[in-house]
Design a protein around this ligand. Sequence first.
Ligand code: APR
Ligand code: PHB
Length: 389
Amino acid sequence: MRTQVAIIGGGPSGLLLSQLLHRKGIDTVVLERKTRDYVLGRIRAGVLETGMVVLMREAGVSARLDAESFVHDGVIISYADEKFDINFKELTGTSVVVYGQTEVTRDLYDAREAMGGKIVFNTENVQIHAAESDAPYVTYRVAGTEHRIDCDYVAGCDGFHGVSRKTIPSTVRREYEKIYPFGWLGILSETPPVNDELIYVNSDRGFALCSMRNANLSRYYIQCSMSDSPEDWTDEAFWDELKHRLPSAEAEKLITGPSIEKSNAPLRSFVTEPMRWGRLFLCGDAAHIVPPTGAKGLNTAASDIHYLYHGLIQMFETGDSEGIDRYSEKALARVWKAERFSWWMTNLLHRFPDQNAFDLKMQRAEIEFLRSNRQAQAVLAQNYVGLPY
Ligand code: APR
Ligand code: PHB
């Protein structure tokens, strides 16, 4: 088989790139190690920057998003029994959109299949060969049969645990990582959200987040031990702990119900440089991970895809390699700003086991300054709604 761009990974990054390129007449093949249902079974974050919405529209996949998503003009920060708004619309003229990443991925799968996009599921032993040559190729196995795809370029969209990043020699790769000493336990419940806006909570018992998917589907998170598993928390225990962390007014009006999904996630900051090696380009979680506190995971994958898509189109249409030659530099410039914001939000709102009394005073002072200073709020707002591509 031959294609122009072999895409490893059928998550949002790989599907969005495939859909964008297809609409420009560029042939792609997506190799996904799981099934579509398995991929769609992953519950992920739900806040989209305008840049991601624009890309979905450019990909012709925004009909449901435009019809069903919710525009959010700001968030609420709460600490002790206090809370205050950060009004993105007022501070930046821009808002964000709440629309589950699972729905983004579903819409992309539907669009790929409607356009006859080539997606191979249940691939095993994917390997990237000759990435540094002018004739890279990918091998993989499906149902015991070996296959080879010759291509012009390879997009590594296979997430943190994929093969693409590791294809870049360790002598070339530079990796930067910070692992946080806690996790997030999240539940999905068919209950009305406790508030119209997201609430980010810094409480003396730990972080909490109140989010939602729609008027009767809420998403809540509490900071938990790294060693906690969902089975360690009954629904009742989760709701009780969340109420202890919420401001009293929200704790009183919180509507609880059975969890329809419960999962925990470790928190990590991670970046690999460079994001290109020869004709292999890393995108999304294959290249970088952020703690979910700033809702930057998918939104930073989106800017990677934006840069790579435009660079590949420029190359295929004009032979000018400027876009792909500068891909890593441009993508990383925005990645590191997203890493900083996510790291800062995580430090602002979580309790760390090694925090002493002074550290807690510093954290409180940071929140109080944010509450009292419009410029400080504007900085948070600019980062949350998304820095320019
Ligand atoms: N071969 C083929 N497919 C693979 C391989 C492999 N060796 N390894 C991983 N994959 C697939 C996974 O099954 C997954 O479907 O690659 C896909 C990667 O998708 P994501 O992990 O969702 O990464 P990405 O598409 O970059 O999306 C980033 O997802 O994890 C969240 O917070 C993250 O919101 C961000 C978004
Ligand atoms: C979510 O809705 O799942 C969500 C929202 C904001 C975040 C993280 C997760 O920062």
